[in-house]
Write a protein that binds this ligand. Structure first.
Ligand code: SF4
Ligand code: SF4
Length: 171
């Protein structure tokens, strides 16, 4: 394969002095500052968090777990979401619900938000409309890795009733 030599551009004497270039840069900054202060044209400052930007319909926010009619967790601990999760960040411990119709429930349900890539596969895999990503909320910043693990209680706090048919077998 032929080698291509790219010549370095030579600096002029003025450029080597740097001072004229610094002055030119300051002139651009000052011009923009004056324009912004006096015309306020093209300024799109948003007073966040009071003024929130509307998210697109398909925005995926922090997960939430939905409730059944008794306000219990709808999840039946089938593990489909954790199996579909490409980041392996959903950890569920299943327990016996003592109900022939719905055998299992998640004793613990945990999502590591630092590992999650917000792909939405979990909510697509769920046959019960038990997990959703429509909270419209971002993960909260924190200094602790543990605080980024969102657990069943927090997931249920964001929940709501669902009228979807569980696994296509009625509620
Ligand atoms: S959004 Fe994707 S990566 Fe995050 S928990 Fe769901 S399946 Fe896993
Ligand atoms: S796929 Fe749905 S029902 Fe199954 S474990 Fe996940 S959240 Fe629960």
């Amino acid at each position: 394969m032929a080698t291509i030599h790219v010549k370095r551009p030579e600096l002029t004497f003025a450029e080597k002095l740097y001072i004229p270039e610094v002055v030119k840069g300051l002139a651009v900054t000052t011009r923009q500052l004056v324009k912004n202060v006096f015309t306020r044209k093209d300024i799109t400052t948003r007073q966040y968090p009071e003024e929130k930007r509307p998210y697109p319909d398909r925005f995926r926010g922090r997960h939430r777990l939905m409730w059944d009619d008794d306000k219990n967790v709808r999840c039946v601990a089938c593990m489909l979401c954790s199996t579909a999760c490409p980041a392996n960040c959903i950890h569920i411990v299943a327990g016996d619900r003592g109900d022939d119709k719905v055998e299992k429930y998640p004793v613990s349900f945990e999502i590591d938000l630092l590992v999650c890539i917000y792909c939405g596969f979990c909510e697509e895999a769920c046959p019960c409309d038990a997990i959703r990503m429509d909270s419209g909320k971002h993960p909260l910043p924190s200094f602790s890795r543990d605080k980024q693990r969102i657990r069943k209680v927090q997931l249920l706090e964001e929940g709501d009733f669902s009228i979807a048919r569980r696994g296509g077998r009625g509620t």
